[in-house]
Each structure stands twice: as C-alpha cells, then as structure tokens.
Design a protein around this ligand. Structure first.
Ligand code: XIL
Length: 369
C-alpha cells in the first residue's frame, strides 16, 4: 500500500532515520519472517517493482525487501520519451513514486538502466535524414545520463550503466543494437566499443559518488563470461566500473549453483563488486514452449531446492566480500515478466511468494538455514 509518508533523507541500509520504519520490520503477514531481516548481515534483498505493484504488493514488499529497482520506470522510453533535454522531455513521475516509496521505508534504490538496445524511443537514433551520427548519439547519451544522475543524486546508490551489450553464445558485441551500429567504433580502451566507454565516463563525471555497474545475462560461463570479464577488466583499469550485475534469470534446470559461484569469484577477482540483479527461477527449460496449466509440485520442489543452493552460495560469497546484493525481478508470482516472456501469455511461477502472496517452499528454503 502506498502511504503519504514524507520523503526521508537517504541513508545506507541498516541505518534508519528516526520515524522511518526499518526495512523488514513491517508487520509480517501470518508470522512469515522477513527475508531482508534474515539477510541483513549479508546483503540487501531487492525486488523489481512497477508503480502499480507498490499498491498491489506494497505490504509484502515493505515486509520482505530492503532495496527496490524500477522494472521499467527508469528505462529511456519511460523516463525520457520526448526529444530534447529540457524538463518537458522527461517524465519522472513513476520513477519518483518508486524512489519515494523506498526512501519512506529506509530502502536502498538501484538504478536500471542507462544504455540498452531495448525500450529506447526512435528519436534517440534518428538524425536529420537517416540515422543519427555517432557524435549526435553520444551527445544525447551524455545529456540523458547527466540529467538522470543529477535528478536521482543521493537517492539511487548504483546504476546499471550498460545493460546486455553482448550477444548470446558468441559473446561478440550485439549486432542488433543501434548503439553498437552507430557508436560502436573507436574507444581509448582497446576492444571496447566507444558508446560503452563513453557511457561509463559520462556517468562517472556526472556523479562520482554513485556506483557504476555492467549488467548482463548468461555471463556465468563460456564465451559470454570471458568477454564480460575482459570488458570489465578494461573498464576497471580506467577506474570506470565498480560492479558487475549477473541478472540471474535462471530456471529449475540450471545453471548449477557451483557454476554461479565460479562466475561470482571470477568477476570479484577483477576487484569489482558483484550483485545478482534480476533473480527469478522459471519452471520451464529455456527453449521449451509447452504450457503448464498449474505449477507442477515436483517442479516447485526442485525450485525450492535450487533456491536453497543458490542462497547458500550467495551467503558464502557475501561472507568472503565477493557478493554485495541480491535483487529479485518481482516479489510474488502474481506479477512476473515471465508471464509474457519468452512465450506471451504463458503463466510462470518463478518467485518466492505465490499468486496470493503466501510464502512458497522456495521462500522457506531461502529464509531458513
Ligand atoms: C523487462 C520487464 O520486466 C518487462 O516488463 C518489460 O516488458 C521488458 O523488460 N533483462 C533486463 C530487464 O535487464 O530490464 C528486463 O525487464 C528483463 C530482462
């Protein structure tokens, strides 16, 4: 439920100003413990939200998480829909509602995202006649990043600066990205596309206090892992990146928890922090388009066991200072992007709470050890 609490000054997690309900301390429904409280000494527990879910899932969020991220509200098409860089070009309404909800409850906020090949309005890539030039595109990028980081200064503690720049399997740069096509060439860091290096430079210059992440999926192993390692190493060498976000859109079929552990250790060895940023565990194998009418009990049991194993890895890696955050892409199965991806309109049940906000076995496995 959204409340009319006044905005509070930003404080790091665990330090709560007087009069603010600390995260995880809202009346837990039916004696359910708070995941955020259980994990307080390890890392913040986050969830992706929409303005609507602050209402429909507000009590659950208030009780269970200590960090929020906007599922869509900070993406370019939502927050900067109109050409230009004046106040009329931006719409901060939904993003501000999310940040206000978080701050009123002493929660942290992750920023998602500044550069992505999806959910960007067409005008960004258009020039006078034909596509924008590299110079035009980079100057729009700089304006966008400066405006967002100024607007959210001291209210958003980290940003996914570049999201999903790498192609699947090959780990080469994405060819389906207009960023890559228009502003992929040239960079001072060898092997890094100009738009990536520039995005991090602009963000660092706009707010030297905010932590800057490279965020992607499928970077646990293989060619994509190796490439992500080399990108982050090159950017870290120039002091431009502070963290890697492993999205964590996984399933009951994998990856193996030890594979995830190796990935966390690999990125951490580059001297950057690592977070799991978009965790959910689909009941479907990747590529399977069949439809389950109900969540099958054996799959839910497998899901619970997997969550238990992942969270054991997360705790152990956090204790060794290699993992600094875990964010779910949602909080309960009544609202998940997987209902429309990869198969539109197919129900999935990837989260810790069911469609009625009751804790699943997966919740108990993650919360109790
Ligand atoms: C998804 C949202 O959840 C959907 O509502 C939207 O329609 C598409 O984007 N990786 C990301 C997220 O980095 O931004 C995506 O979010 C999910 C995959």
């Amino acid at each position: 439920m959204r409340t009319a609490s006044p905005a509070q000054p930003f404080t790091p997690a665990g330090v709560t100003p007087a009069g603010v309900t600390p995260p995880g301390s809202a009346a837990p429904s039916l004696g359910v413990p708070s995941l955020a409280a259980q994990y307080q000494r390890y890392f913040p527990i986050g969830a992706a939200v929409e303005p609507e879910t602050l209402d429909s899932q507000g009590d659950l969020l208030a009780a269970q998480v200590s960090s929020l991220v906007a599922e869509n509200a900070m993406k370019w098409e939502m927050i900067h829909p109109r050409a230009g860089n004046g106040p009329d070009s931006y719409d901060f309404t939904d993003a501000d509602a999310i940040v206000d909800f978080a701050r009123a409850r002493g929660m942290k906020v992750r920023g998602h995202n500044l550069v992505w090949h999806k959910q960007v309005p067409g005008w960004v890539f258009k020039g006078q006649d034909g596509p924008a030039t590299q110079t035009e595109l980079l100057s729009r990028l700089q304006a966008h990043i400066s405006s967002l980081l100024a607007h959210f200064r001291d209210r958003v503690y980290c940003w996914d600066v570049v999201n999903e720049a790498l192609a699947e399997r090959t780990g080469q740069w994405r060819t389906d990205s207009p960023w890559q096509r228009i502003a992929g060439s040239g960079s001072a860091a060898p092997g890094i596309p100009a738009y990536i290096e520039k995005a991090f430079e602009y963000a660092r210059a706009a707010d030297p206090t905010v932590r800057l992440f490279y965020n992607d999926y499928g970077i646990e192993t293989g060619a994509k892992h190796e490439k992500a390692m080399s990108v982050v190493q090159a950017l870290a060498g120039k002091g431009l990146v502070d963290g890697v976000g492993i999205q964590g859109h996984w399933s009951v079929f994998g990856p193996e928890p030890e594979t995830v552990r190796r990935a966390i250790r690999g990125f951490a060895s580059l001297g950057v922090e690592v977070q799991v940023t978009e965790l959910d565990l689909s009941l479907y194998r990747w590529g399977d388009t069949s439809v389950l009418p109900e969540p099958r009990p054996d799959l839910l049991a497998e899901q619970a066991g997997r969550y238990a194993s992942y969270f054991r890895v997360f705790r152990e890696e956090a204790e060794a200072y290699r993992l600094t955050g875990v964010t779910f892409w949602g909080i309960a199965d009544d609202h998940t992007w997987l209902d429309d991806f990869p198969v539109k309109g197919r129900k999935d049940w990837p989260l810790l709470f069911d469609i009625h906000h009751r804790p699943k076995d997966a919740f108990w496995k993650a919360a109790q050890w």
